[in-house]
Write a protein that binds this ligand. Structure first.
Ligand code: GDP
Length: 475
């Protein structure tokens, strides 16, 4: 929050001493590393004959723009397919696109742009191919909410597997409804009912059994049940009443981006609000530029992209990051200013990395930032240990802070666990397991706390102490 004297000097390209002197004369002596109020920043800049515009968190966070209810129009659902490896995610997406090619799309050859739009019963569904729940949560960690519905693929001959459970927990943490596609139903050994039964243990219960989740039996290989699945997605979308204002400046998120040798920076973006036109000036993360061309997944040129449309665009000055927000600017100079300001801020932030919650700081966070929940990711060497811990936590006094185990599994602490913890401001607890080297690096980089224990009561003791602010830092 706020800018320090040194940072302002860098932004205005004047010496810090000059600013300190002016501050002194204004009656507010400050040192290099002290933060200035917005008023003070404006005053000093004014004093220097310069104009600064302070970009508020609101403006930075361009999605808090208000739309009047009457401006909101229904928009297509945006779907992500997740599931255990080899259960048929790729085959299912291919089958979905294939069905669609037959229904008369021009060209027929699909380019990989990271997303695709399909049509069913005259309505659109947009599929975002995030490669797995890691990418899904990594995007969420960056503040991007780009999925309305998750299609969870579970192979009927294999059932619920570790990544199935991870996908469920990642979807739940994001608050996104899950439709289950029970795949490989063509196989003689397929047992779709067993999949339904197994999933109830994870709170995924079929509607026909009184639960909240829609299930569809499919065979990606044979192309069976695909239309049924698409229609089910539309049903779910109707329940969600997805809406956006199409008649305003476009904003949304980058889905993927790369540097193309011939075409320069190429980005696929998802419009979540407004309508994007060729020629619009946009800022995406630290990149900016005017949209030179817009293409769909068949390589066809488009003039505009509306809410829930995914298009590939050319014209940015650099390659943005997946998950970055983008938004249209009326004034090209404002766009450049903001992109450059962000690049500068990113450099500064890199130096003073955000700290996530730790057990040692939990109590302070509770009182200062009104943190009311402690999220835990639990990894252990045995299922029994997880259950014992969950049981003990359940018995704790949770009147001050609610303790949620957002994900638990048997196995080493992985990079995915760290990403999930980062996105959900969670602490990772390991029992008789250690972080994988990549996970340790990621945790260090992202300031996610990993605590390892060999005895349950010790962990309970720590959590309990943290809850009332009695835990002393050990390192
Ligand atoms: P992913 O790792 O989840 O993307 O899985 P893939 O789509 O690559 O599929 C893994 C394997 O399962 C491949 O050999 C597919 O041919 C096979 N497969 C996918 N869907 C089906 C299906 O509906 N029926 C059968 N019999 N095999 C399938």
């Amino acid at each position: 929050e706020g800018v320090t004297v040194a940072e302002l000097a860098e932004i205005l390209e004047v010496s810090a001493n000059d600013i300190i002197k002016r501050l002194f004369l204004l009656g507010t002596p400050l040192t290099m590393t002290q933060t200035m109020s917005n008023d003070l920043v404006e005053l000093v800049a004014d004093d220097l004959g310069r104009q600064v515009r302070i970009v508020t968190a609101e403006e930075e966070n361009s999605f808090s723009f208000y739309d009047a209810p009457e401006d909101l129009k229904s928009r297509p659902p945006v779907v992500t397919v997740m599931g255990h490896v080899d259960h048929g995610k790729t085959s299912l997406l291919d089958a979905i696109r294939h069905t669609n090619v037959w229904s008369g799309e021009a060209g027929g050859i699909t380019q990989h742009i990271g997303a695709s739009e399909v049509q069913i019963n005259g309505r659109q569904i947009t599929f975002v191919d995030t490669p797995g729940h890691e990418a899904f949560t990594a995007m969420r960690a960056r503040g991007a909410k780009i999925t309305d519905v998750v299609v969870l693929v579970v192979a009927a001959d294999d059932g619920v597997m570790p990544q199935t459970i991870e996908a469920i927990n990642h979807s739940k943490a994001a608050g996104v409804p899950i439709i289950v596609a029970v795949n490989k139903c063509d196989k003689p050994e397929a047992n779709p009912d067993k999949v339904r039964q197994m999933l109830t243990e994870y709170g995924i219960i079929p509607e026909e059994w009184g639960g909240q989740n829609m299930f569809v039996n499919v065979s990606a290989k044979k192309g069976q049940g695909i239309d049924d699945l698409l229609e089910t997605i539309l049903l779910q979308a109707d329940v969600l009443e997805l809406k956006a204002n199409p008649d305003t400046f476009a904003s949304g998120n980058i889905i993927e981006a790369k540097l193309d040798r011939g075409r320069g920076p190429v980005a696929t973006l998802l419009v979540t609000r407004g309508t994007l036109h060729v020629g619009d000036t946009i800022v995406a993360g630290q990149s900016y530029g005017s949209v030179r061309a817009m293409l769909d997944q068949h390589g066809n040129h488009k003039d505009e992209a509306r809410p829930s449309d995914a298009v590939e665009i050319l014209g940015l000055n650099s390659v943005p990051a997946a998950g970055d927000e983008f938004r249209v600017f009326e004034d090209a100079r404002d766009a450049r200013d903001l992109a450059e300001q962000r690049a500068l801020k990113a450099r500064i932030e890199e130096q003073n990395k955000v700290k996530h919650v730790t057990l040692e700081t939990l109590f302070d966070e509770m009182s200062q930032n009104e943190l009311k929940e402690l999220n835990l990711v639990v990894k252990a060497d045995a299922q029994g240990t997880i259950e014992a811990l969950a049981d003990s936590i359940g018995k704790m006094d949770q009147s001050e802070v609610r303790i949620n185990i957002i994900h638990s599994a048997v196995g080493a602490i992985s990079e995915t666990d760290v990403t999930l913890a980062m996105a959900s401001n969670a602490i990772i607890i390991g029992f008789g397991v250690r972080p994988q080297p990549k996970a340790r690096d990621a945790a260090e980089r992202e300031n996610v706390q990993i605590k390892t224990y060999s005895i349950i009561y010790k962990a309970i003791e720590d959590i309990d102490a943290a809850r009332i602010g009695m835990l002393k830092p050990t390192e």
